[in-house]
Design a protein around this ligand. Sequence first.
Ligand code: SF4
Length: 256
Amino acid sequence: MAATSALTLTRRARKVNRLLAERYPTARCELDFRTPLDLLVATVLSAQTTDVRVNQVTPELFARFPDAASLAAADRADLEDVIRPTGFFRAKAASLIGLAQALVERHAGEVPPRMADLVTLPGVGRKTANVVLGNAFGVPGLPVDTHVGRVARRLGLTESEDAVTVEAELCAMVEKREWTMFSHRMIFHGRRTCHARRPACGACPLASLCPSYGIGETDPERAAALVKDPDAPDAPPARAGGVGTTGPTAWASAER
Ligand code: SF4
């Protein structure tokens, strides 16, 4: 079978974006934050857990460590206690302290608004950098998490399992001004309809353009029962089939 042309894929990606915008008009970053540092910290904590779980710990975390200097000087055990519910809390505490120290030493305690600087920070890869750029600085970025990767592959927009490759391919198809919202919409779709294990194909607005239609439930009523409320909190992270990895040490390297 002939390979799908770049033009066909671009048209498909842009139509997917339009249809998902209609389906999820409230798509947004589901991590609570006020400042770029808040979002950077929350994104590090979100590895291998849900945004809901992160949002439960960040009010106390941000109150006790309101800036990079206080986080850099945090007592490790205190910090571990606050972030314990997010899992892998020892490694995450070490990562946050190292990250804050780098911000203090190299950027006067501020989060730099450039990809080139963000990815030099310890524990920060392109996914985290794109989340911060797109949502805290208004700079277009297309974070590829497990949901974006899985849904893009099912839609035939990419064949790659590598998040950096998927990001480059999707960025070439989707208008730059849409990158951040396209990522949010794909994440909403992956969390609410195109589930890792039981995609709700029979209730999917993308069914007519999806080459994977039929890998999940196609009966309209049974499929509709699988769909989560667009405004419901996020689902637990997928354990298989995505860009993300699993295992006790995987969270720190999942986006590298
Ligand atoms: S048709 Fe099925 S596999 Fe394709 S995007 Fe929709 S839910 Fe996912």
